[in-house]
Design a protein around this ligand. Structure first.
Ligand code: C5P
Length: 232
């Protein structure tokens, strides 16, 4: 696993569709993200399949439950060979610490563990009215990031626009994994606040998660390489 990389969001409904997409990459082995849709459709075998083919895998399942349950679930995910897994920081420090314990493999290695702070679909008004959290959302994101750091996690998922703040609060080595990336000449789709790969790098992203600009491109391999060139 490199220190700075482009992770392709494989937002596909089946293994078949995913493997058809990957045929376009010949001998290249991009870092892939498996989300809930693909994982729930295909189960753990999809992780093993992509690992056997030589890909690094970010398993984006966003766990959130009582500490003991998360610990045991993380043990299973770690055993599949995932390189990065995640959870909701809202599950508290006890849950994050339990998750880390569960991730350690018999040989002492473990996947990186990163936390979701506040989902980008949650805005200030919803947070206040529905979750009864009254602080400014930027403060909440940073507070959750500090909790994740204190629990021993490796980083957070955040907007590239928050990457600098996260590094300032939690240190340079604390990973900022950032979606919301678009080419300067591309279509933003449903993403509201987007940055280019080059800008994400300037802002301090460690990994960018890129879906449609690569998966929907006429030449996905070329789009992926362009992302890498601009980001590295
Ligand atoms: O297609 P696109 O580049 O928008 O895909 C971005 C990926 O990152 C999707 O899998 C999406 O679910 C994920 N993501 C996001 N925003 C977040 C967290 C995850 O776009 N805050």
């Amino acid at each position: 696993m490199e220190n700075r990389d482009v992770i392709i969001a494989c937002d596909f409904a089946s293994a078949e569709e995913t493997l058809r997409f990957l045929e376009k990459f010949e001998n290249e082995r991009p870092f892939l993200k498996i989300g809930m849709e693909l994982y729930y459709a295909e189960g753990p075998q999809i992780v093993r399949t992509l690992k056997e083919r030589g890909h690094c895998v970010f398993l984006d399942l966003k766990l959130h439950d009582i500490p003991n349950t998360v610990k045991k679930a993380m043990r299973v995910l770690s055993g599949l060979g995932a390189d990065i897994v995640n959870l909701h920081a809202a599950g508290t420090r006890a849950m994050m610490e339990a998750a880390l314990e569960g991730l350690v493999r018999p040989d002492g290695s473990r996947p990186k563990l990163i936390a979701v702070t506040q989902l980008t679909s949650t805005d200030q008004a919803r947070m206040e009215q529905e979750l009864l959290i009254r602080e400014p959302i930027g403060e909440v994101v940073l507070h959750y990031a500090r909790n994740a750091k204190a629990a021993g996690l490796d980083g957070v998922v955040c907007s590239p626009l928050e990457a600098g703040m996260v590094h300032k609060a939690c240190g340079k080595g604390f990973l900022a994994v950032t979606p919301g990336v678009r080419f300067s000449d591309g279509d933003a789709g449903d993403q509201k606040r987007v940055t280019t790969p080059a800008r994400a790098r300037e802002l301090g992203s460690d990994f960018i998660v890129v879906g449609r600009p690569i998966t929907q491109a006429e030449d996905p391999s070329e789009a992926w390489q362009r992302c890498l060139r601009e980001f590295r």
